[in-house]
Design a protein around this ligand. Structure first.
Ligand code: GLU
Length: 491
């Protein structure tokens, strides 16, 4: 029985790359009559949040991707959330220690940084092995006595070639000399990705690991763990990464990456799914437009293409237009549009913002247009009318953009607090500080109250608008961005 999984870490927005990997796993499982599992990899407790997990699950469902086993639907191999499986990993780590395949390590991260710096100075490029990390017995005893908690690391060969078989790429050779004695259990007892991932893939009887190519370098560690445990390794299939138009790895600085952005910007889930399908695979007849059912029917894992697929928003828009024209009847269209544009909680939030400013009902549409489009049309000249000079405007929008990248609480008051603190730190009057933000959000100098508007539009559209404004103002050069980043970090 084929069993595959997607294993997102709930540390941020639901990424289109997660949907892309989930889609290919699901197609393979459905085509082969197997099972598709969703596992939450939340062992990094400082970065994982329940909120992010919820959004990942709901956005994958919005796209029409359904799993057979997972934290919300259960299944015979649960729990499907790694934070609930802590004891399991500790048991396996200790098994490796007993077999001499893993060891306790009392080195501190400061020591490791220093060792790294020394090596850099000498021009030595070599991973840390057990032999590099050893400490005298007396020193270990002292650290133990002082209450220092050790990590558990795996023993890794000093040199030689590790040969990994990849179903899509054939044999991949990696040099053991570059592979660190990987931490398996952290000092707080939580496993790292590597241990948890291998143990769970084994216990959940995963037969094929279809994941992004950024994990290729982890494969030797996983290979070794399977060998140490005496388990069969699942077949590996490393998919090509989605790319920005400049071929760099798809990143939110250059392209919206959150699935919710595409939902809020008015894309249909069918079209987004279709587009992601096109990113690594073609229908036998090369048709551009196909449904999930059609993709499953014709899917062949050995026909995946490895070229770096470019995520091109214009192409996605074009495809989305085809779906809207060809697949929605007038009634479907009305129903889809109404539920996208006028969900009751959104309407409720907008009305108080314009109620006082309307003389006839006909005034509503122009006043609220900014809530129903994705990016406003911006005219550079509008920014010329503002109090701050252009350089300061760019700085304000850039700093706000960075600040909002890590803003989790998205209520009106949270946003007010966060941005007014930034204005103060930048020593700019709040009124002047807000002007370029108004223009970025609405395209004009008049706009409903800014923080309420941002709260209604939500994080994805708001962030995209600020990024769009920066592009419109000519963007920030790489060098300029470095300087600004340093300044920003000082606040
Ligand atoms: N948690 C990893 C991720 O976020 C899973 C990688 C894998 O599939 O092994 O992508």
């Amino acid at each position: 029985m084929i069993r595959v999984r997607v294993a997102p870490s709930p540390t941020g927005d639901p990424h289109v790359g997660t949907a892309y990997i989930a889609l290919f796993n699901l197609c393979f499982a459905r085509k082969m009559g197997g099972k598709f599992i969703l596992r939450i990899e939340d062992t990094d407790q400082s970065r994982s949040t329940a909120e992010s997990e919820q959004t990942i699950l709901s956005s994958l469902k919005w796209m029409g991707l359904e799993w057979d086993e997972g934290p919300d639907v259960g299944g015979p191999h649960g729990p499907y959330r790694q934070s609930e499986r802590e004891d399991i990993y500790a048991k396996y780590a200790h098994q490796l220690i007993d077999a001499g395949k893993a060891f306790y390590c009392y080195r501190t991260s400061d020591e490791l940084d220093q060792m790294r710096a020394e090596r850099r100075e000498k021009g030595i490029q070599k991973a840390f092995k057990a032999s590099d990390l050893q400490l005298p017995t007396a020193e270990i005893a002292e650290r133990k006595l002082a209450g220092q908690k050790p990590v558990v690391r795996m023993v890794v060969p000093e040199e030689g070639l590790c040969k990994i078989q990849d179903r899509l790429r054939g044999e991949i050779e990696l040099d053991w000399a570059n592979v660190d004695a990987q931490i398996l259990l952290k000092a707080d007892g939580m496993p790292t990705y590597h241990l948890a991932n291998v143990v769970d893939d084994h216990l959940m009887q995963i037969t094929h690991v279809i994941r992004g190519e950024e994990w290729i370098n982890s494969a030797p560690k996983h290979y070794l763990l399977y060998e140490y445990f005496g388990w069969d390794m699942p077949e590996l299939c490393h998919m090509p990464l989605l790319r920005n138009p400049d071929k760099s790895k798809l990143s939110k600085r250059k392209n919206p990456t959150s699935i919710n952005f595409y939902r809020d910007a008015g894309f249909l889930p069918e079209a987004l799914l279709n587009y992601l399908g096109r990113m690594g695979w073609s229908m036998p007849d090369e048709a551009e437009k196909f449904s999930l059912t059609e993709m499953v029917e014709h899917f062949d894992i050995d026909k995946l293409s490895l070229g770096g697929p470019v995520f091109d928003q214009e192409k996605l828009r074009w495809l989305n237009g085809m779906w809207i024209r060809e697949d929605l009847s007038a009634d479907d269209f009305i129903q889809r549009y109404a539920s996208w544009a006028f969900p009751p909680e959104k309407v409720k939030a907008i009305v108080p913002l314009i109620h006082e400013r309307v003389e006839t009902l006909a005034d509503v549409a122009p006043l609220t247009a900014l809530f129903f489009n994705s990016l406003p049309v911006l005219d550079e000249a509008t920014f010329d009318q503002l109090k701050l000079d252009r350089e300061t405007q760019v700085k304000v929008i850039q700093f706000v953009s960075w600040k909002l990248d890590s803003q989790v609480a998205w209520g009106r008051d949270d946003l007010y607090q966060s941005l007014s603190a930034l204005a103060e730190a930048m020593d700019i009057k709040l009124r002047d500080f807000l002007q370029p933000l108004f223009v970025a959000m609405s395209g004009s100098t008049v706009c409903p109250p800014l923080f309420d508007t941002m709260a209604v539009l939500g994080p994805d559209l708001t962030r995209a608008r600020f990024r769009h404004a920066l592009d419109c103002l000519g963007g920030v050069s790489k060098k300029g961005a470095k300087k600004l980043e340093r300044e920003f970090r000082e606040f």
